[in-house]
Design a binder for this molecule. Structure first.
Ligand code: ATP
Ligand code: MG
Length: 392
């Protein structure tokens, strides 16, 4: 009797001929997540199995795998020989070791190896009898069983399990191209990155800082946030771009009510160029309609006007409270609320426009020759590869 993890995957079954590719990517991502645990991962007919996990690390491995995008659910299972005695023995031991001391149960069976002499129905019936005989205080409850005892008879072996842990869902990172996340030190942008990565998109990220108006600690905070996102999204190339010169030019030479939206336009332009260099096909921001002056419908339209790549805003319809909940769930919230200033907060205008016009902003932007500053900022950008696959 070996302990294994039986992994079901989320939407991959929808992928037709691409399915083997999606499955391979999922296995790769699971391997990344299990880096610190020696284990063998195998694909078999619509499932992935993890074998040879040290016994004291099964719960930990299961937890890590549940965090891999593309995983629907995980069941710690007993892998046994395909004979009735072994199967029923496994089921008996699972019931005995169940810490919840269940009073009722129901059996489920799936037989993909049709050579196995018992039908699914027979397996359920026999197993029901055996468990009732072994544990006289147990009863069968077909509607609301406290314990679901499941048997899967597959080509190589049979698997018996009683628990199912929900995975995060989504698709394996790397199966849907690459996008560039504009990451600030705030609450929203890390959540936005997480949500796009969950759809299988590899992330690159860019952060704009303004020394000496923003501190070294603000930058460290962004590196830390990127690290947390990379637990889910895999390695992230993070570009750190100095924005001071551009920001001061906007501040000095453009209408003060427009500074925030102009800053946003220039950030987008630089992000787009770096995206083009590194093969990212879209930009991602943490904006939501109406959250602040620079996120009104008109402001968002003015921001979009600055670039031609698609801009993904996965939080667009979210309330702040919903975003905070997600930030807490993915573990970025505590870092995000550390009080280090962001370059946008340093230069906030007193009376920002809430209904900027695209033509007006283009005209204001043309007051300054930003091109050499943009080029310089990109040339001096610092790139670091951030990765922390291991979910602690
Ligand atoms: P966040 O919590 O992500 O900072 P926010 O509600 O504070 O969001 P803004 O500061 O208006 O909103 O920023 C809107 C979006 O612009 C951010 O979600 C982020 O994608 C991008 N952004 C803002 N500041 C920066 C920065 N310094 N570097 C990179 N991107 C930024
Ligand atoms: Mg912010």
């Amino acid at each position: 009797m070996k302990q294994v993890l039986l992994v079901r995957y989320a939407e991959i079954h929808l992928k037709g001929l691409n399915r083997p590719y999606f499955e391979r990517m999922l296995v790769d991502r699971m391997r990344d997540a299990l880096q610190s645990i020696h284990a063998r991962i195998e694909r078999e007919q619509g499932r992935v199995f993890v074998y040879d996990i040290p016994e004291d690390r099964i719960a930990e491995a299961s937890e890590k795998i549940c965090g891999v995008f593309g995983v629907h659910s995980v069941s710690p299972a007993l892998c046994v020989e395909k004979n009735w005695e072994a199967i029923s023995k496994a089921a008996i031991s699972l019931v005995a070791s169940d810490a919840d001391k269940p009073q009722s149960f129901k059996c489920f069976a799936k037989r993909s190896d049709k050579r196995f002499p018992m039908s699914s129905e027979q397996i359920c019936r026999e197993l029901g009898h055996t468990l009732l005989e072994t544990y006289p205080t147990l009863s069968v409850d077909v509607h609301h069983p406290q314990l679901k005892v499941t048997v899967e008879v597959r080509q190589q072996s049979a698997f018996v399990f009683t628990k199912e842990q929900r995975g995060v869902g989504g698709m394996p990172v790397g199966t849907n191209g690459k996008a560039m996340l504009l990451i600030s030190g705030g609450i929203d942008s890390p959540v936005a990155g997480y949500m796009i990565a969950k759809r299988g998109v590899e992330l690159a990220a860019v952060h704009f800082y303004s020394y000496p108006y923003t501190s070294e600690r603000a930058r460290d905070k962004v590196i830390e946030l990127t690290k947390i996102v990379s637990k889910y999204a895999g390695e992230i190339e993070l570009y750190l771009v100095s924005f001071t010169e551009i920001q001061l030019a906007i501040y000095d030479q453009c209408p003060s009510s427009e500074t925030t939206v102009l800053m946003r336009r220039l950030m987008m332009k630089i992000a787009e160029r770096i995206a083009n260099q590194c093969g990212a096909k879209a930009l991602i921001t943490g904006e939501a309609i109406g959250q602040v002056a620079s996120q009104t419908m008109d402001s968002l339209a003015c921001t979009d006007d600055a670039v031609s790549l698609p801009v993904f805003r996965p939080l667009i319809g979210f309330d702040k409270e919903e975003i905070v909940e997600r930030a807490q769930m993915i573990g970025t919230f505590e870092t995000s609320i550390q009080p280090y200033e962001d370059c946008c907060t340093v230069f906030v205008p007193q009376h920002p426009v809430t209904r900027p016009k695209v033509e007006q902003l283009r005209a204001s932007e043309a007051l300054v020759d930003f091109e050499p500053m943009i080029q310089q900022a990109i040339a001096n950008a610092e790139c670091m590869k951030i990765s922390q696959f291991v979910l602690d």
